[in-house]
Design a binder for this molecule. Sequence first.
Ligand SMILES: Cc1ncc(COP(=O)(O)O)c(C=O)c1O
Length: 482
Amino acid sequence: MEQPAHNLGSDLGDIPADVFRKHLHQLADWIADYRENIAQRPIAPNAKPGAVLAQLDATPPETGTSFDEIFSEIERIIVPGVAHWAHPQFMSYFGCTTTSPGILAEMITAAMNVNAMTWRTSPAATELETLVLDWLRQWLGFPDDFQGVLYDTASISTMHALAVAREEASTSIRTLGLSGRTELPIFRIYTSDQAHSSVEKAAIALGLGEHNVRRIASDAEFKMNVRALREAVNADLRHGFKPLAVVATVGTTSTASVDPVREIAVICAEFQMWLHIDAAYGGGLALLPEHQWVTDAWEEADSLVINPHKMLFVPFDFSALYVRDIERLRRLFTLAPESLHLRDPAGAEINYMDYGVQLGRRFRALKAWVVWRTFGRAGMAARIREHLRLAQLFAHWIREDPRFEISAPVMMGVVCFRLKDSDDKAADQKNSATVAKINASGKAYLTQAKLRGRVVMRLGLGNVLTTEAHVQRVWEIIREAV
Ligand SMILES: Cc1ncc(COP(=O)(O)O)c(C=O)c1O
């Protein structure tokens, strides 16, 4: 029921300060309780599409409603209507984790609500972005001719990287565009059959065409087959296409496999192609000294994307794109409207809006700065190491049970496995039905993936709240479901 507007304060402007303070205190307790007791909640609602909408008032609000009333609907309808990604037995996707320092930082960011488009619109947001990007650069082991910029997602990062590749491989696409220019070649982008669909999305957005993304076969370990890459490039050259870029993946979406970046870099150099590394997930492993193999040949790349919201404990969304000589990216996108008086004659101000399509930008750097300082590199490495241990332990249990098999090498915090059956189609159905049953139970949450056309179950670890006991419990739930 809507409250009369005077309950919200008789003046125009914000709600009264004392009311706000009261709700903030209540909310602080609610958030702390949510974190502490999250394991008791059903992970996902198991509802039909539209179930949440059906409970909400479809008429736009004409008069004001008190926060008490709004919050009671949040508790009654919204909270039970989400999939609780922070639940310790949510093991879908990459287990993007919530952390308490991340929540605290997001609250501060929300309170300030600044726009990080230019240095002047928020000097601290800009300078903190520069700082956290440089910390991450050091952790990733990049030389300092690589510099970064923050976007929301890896899809957007990859699109910007390929935009620079496109601009450098041709002339004046920034100014003249692609359409009607018969002098331009048809560009080709190469990526493995395990790569993320964001590569095609980028090709669509950049006018390069989805069909000009060539999917290169992967080998038995789901890594790009370099011989097949070379053959595809040569075949395209024979047919008059222009090889533009290769997107190598470090931590593929289904199995977390790692492409042979060094060998791919050799081919890129030979054919003058841009090398973009999609390390959206796997890049985080670079923080562990014993996993430096993951960074092999990164210094040969033109660009790399990493999503610290996948493995590095930063709340969603937070994606960092690194480009060697980032001026190339700035030149492509800088277009400061004079009306905003944004130009800095001395050139000392970094205006991150110049490095991409977006003008307005969230203040994303604060949450990374808070989380990374809270845990430190060593603390994050220890947590990642534990997730890797749990993945290996789970894989060990799978191998011990004759009903199951491991479907891909376990490289990171991801395990792909499958219920066996002499009939492949029957096995597909069983695996699919098992995941559906588990997810509907609200007690665990897995993903199903397709590998070489066969359905597999997939478990992803990365949540700071997940312990060995939770993984053990999920293993029991899987066996009960079977
Ligand atoms: C390897 C890889 N690259 C890119 C993406 C796209 O990420 P985003 O959601 O940040 O666009 C994903 C998503 O999971 C991914 O697994």
